[in-house]
Structure formats: C-alpha cells, structure tokens
Design a protein around this ligand. Structure first.
Ligand code: CTP
Ligand code: CA
Length: 223
C-alpha cells in the first residue's frame, strides 16, 4: 500500500554499514586507533532499520549500544578483520555505507609478549592496511550503490571529490573534522554530500541522528 511505501521506503533493501574506529594491535596490551566514536554510522544503521532496510552493521570497538532491529551485527577490531567481514557479507547488498574510520596503517609485526621498555627511543614500523572502500568500488556490481565518508582537515571539497573518483564510488560525505560541532565524538555533524554526477548538497549543522535520516532520504531519492 502507499502507506507502507511511505513508512518503509527501504523495505526490501539490504544495507551494509561499517562504523567506528579500528584497533591495530602492537602487542597484547597496546594498540593504535583514532577518535571515531561510531555515532554517525550507528545513527545511519538505526535510521535505515526504521526505514525498513535489512541492515548489516560491521562495527569497530565503540561504547554505543547495538541499534534495534538489525539483521546482522558483527564486531571486529582491526582493519583486516573489518575487510574480511565486509567481503563475507558483500554479496546481495544493495547499498554499502562506509562510515568507519579505518586505520590506514598497522604495526608491521605483532609482538605476542608485552614489549619491555629498554632504550630511550623506540622505532615502530607500520605497514599499509587494505583500502576496504577502494576494494568495494573495484568489485561493485552496477546495481550496488556505494557511499563513502571523507574526514578532512583542509581542502575539504577537493579532497572529497578526489576520493570519490579514486575509489569509484557513487557518493561521498565530506566532513571537516576541525569544526567543534562536527566530526569525531560530537552528537552533531556538518557535512556536504557529493555524488558522482557532480551534485553537491551542503547540510546545516544538525544532530547525527537527524542527519542519518537526511542522508538516507537523499539515497532513496537517487536509487
Ligand atoms: N577507508 C577504507 N579503508 C581504509 C581507509 C579508508 O575503507 N583502509 C574508507 C573509509 O571508511 C571512508 C573512506 O575510505 O569511507 C575515506 O577515508 P579517509 O580516511 O577519509 O580517506 P583515505 O582514502 O584513507 O585517505 P587519507 O586518510 O590519506 O586522506
Ligand atoms: Ca585514512
């Protein structure tokens, strides 16, 4: 019925969302990570479920509660674990939204015993993690809609557009993480959405929970 369509505009859509930071272990007691709280990704997952989607949420370590009505909830720690979880769950997904702040590097070697302090200086060698979003863009089917995020401190729009192209995705949501009312840990966000046709939509500062619905409304209008 009309009513069903209005209430559940994402009914029948399978959506994969990644959220939160990753944790890159150095030894059993130490790791590298970033300031991602997971709030934006969790808000999108919750909003997508409210709109009737079958949501798979792949999450790094966060302190948030699991959203209601998910189809699948997978908790991972490292970028490599996130990559495996994404690959295992990518088939049949209609929409993929990558809001996770994936660590670009991990310690090259994992030391399985606690590292003891010795010299005045300690050199840590890092190695590149896989670019999960780029991999998704390389392997996407024509029916899949891929949405990325870009966290930037400078040249926000230019960097966002360049990532949209380099990763072969349909939409990017750019985030100026130097703003106090946007980015890491805040309950509000201020973003610009750019799609591959060159359309740009700048949203005012708003609660992440409200922005999640606005982003999904844009996606629904462009499906
Ligand atoms: N991303 C990813 N895998 C990575 C790094 C990033 O899937 N190893 C995804 C993020 O989830 C996000 C998008 O790529 O949706 C952009 O992340 P960002 O860190 O802004 O860009 P990078 O491509 O990593 O480039 P840089 O950090 O050098 O600006
Ligand atoms: Ca990065």
């Amino acid at each position: 019925t009309m009513n069903l369509l209005e209430d559940k505009p994402l009914a029948g859509q399978k959506i994969l969302i990644t959220a939160g930071p990753t944790r890159e272990a150095l030894d059993p007691v130490r790791y590298m990570t970033n300031h991602s709280s997971g709030k934006m990704g969790y808000a999108i997952a919750e909003a997508a479920a409210v709109k009737g989607a079958e949501v798979t949420l792949i999450s790094g370590p966060v302190t948030l509660e699991k959203p209601d009505n998910l189809k699948k909830y997978i908790q991972i720690e490292s970028a490599e674990e996130m990559f495996t979880a994404v690959k295992d769950n990518l088939k049949d997904q209609n929409i993929i939204i990558k809001s996770a702040a994936v660590a670009d590097y991990r310690p090259k070697v994992y030391i399985d015993k606690k590292i003891k302090k010795s010299d005045e200086h300690f050199n840590l060698t890092l190695t590149r993690n896989p670019d999960i979003l780029k991999w998704i863009g390389m392997h996407k089917t024509p029916e899949q809609l891929i949405v990325g995020f870009a966290a930037e401190t400078n040249d926000v729009m230019e960097n966002g557009i360049s990532k949209l192209k380099k990763k072969n995705i349909d939409m990017i949501i750019v985030n100026d993480v130097t703003r106090a009312d946007a980015g890491f840990g805040t309950d509000t966000n201020c973003v610009t959405l750019i799609d591959k046709k060159g359309n740009k939509k700048a949203y005012p500062v708003m609660p992440k929970k409200q922005l999640a619905h606005s982003i999904l409304d844009y996606i629904i209008a462009n499906l």
